[in-house]
Design a protein around this ligand. Structure first.
Ligand code: ASC
Length: 151
């Protein structure tokens, strides 16, 4: 993928801000693998927060904050990898991502903001507030899955 093909693409700004460059993905499948890996890692750390939010494991505010920080950091990464041409292959990405980039980016920004808030709320040690912030963040995950992910 050459830079000239990426330039018109709205996600280029995000791509540059995470330290990637035009050479980062040589092939669409590399971008797919990268973003799927990011979502996998986010899912693991988010699930750990969910276990605390719903009392399956004891609430440890510092551990929750650490998990939320990991989620917030990784949440910056996958959206840079929805490069043109990566709509085909081992991906559940819907064509809507590329057809309505503004809506996709709004959903991404909502999630990023919700998970940033989660680490701030977690460290206060207020379980009810943590559960509420977790629920809000989970809704932003679901909203994007509903609109932009197959099955
Ligand atoms: C998770 C996870 C997601 C979200 C989503 C929320 O724990 O892996 O993708 O929460 O299921 O609806």
């Amino acid at each position: 993928m050459r830079i000239s093909r990426l330039v018109p693409f709205a996600l280029i700004a995000g791509l540059m801000s995470s330290g990637m460059n035009a050479q980062t993905f040589q092939k669409p499948e590399e971008a797919i693998k990268y973003r799927r890996s990011s979502f996998t890692l986010m899912g693991v750390h988010f699930a750990s927060l969910g276990a605390m939010a719903y009392g399956r494991i004891p609430f440890d505010p510092q551990a929750a904050e650490r998990n939320a920080k990991v989620v917030a950091t990784i949440s910056q990464l996958p959206f840079n990898a929805f490069v043109p041409g990566s709509d085909k292959g081992e991906t559940r990405a819907k064509p809507e991502i590329w057809a309505d980039q503004a809506a996709f980016e709004r959903n991404a920004a909502n999630m990023q903001s919700a998970v940033r808030n989660l680490s701030a709320v977690a460290k206060t040690g207020n379980l009810d507030a943590m559960r509420a912030a977790f629920g809000t963040a989970a809704q932003t995950c679901k909203a994007c899955h509903d609109g932009f992910r197959k099955d």
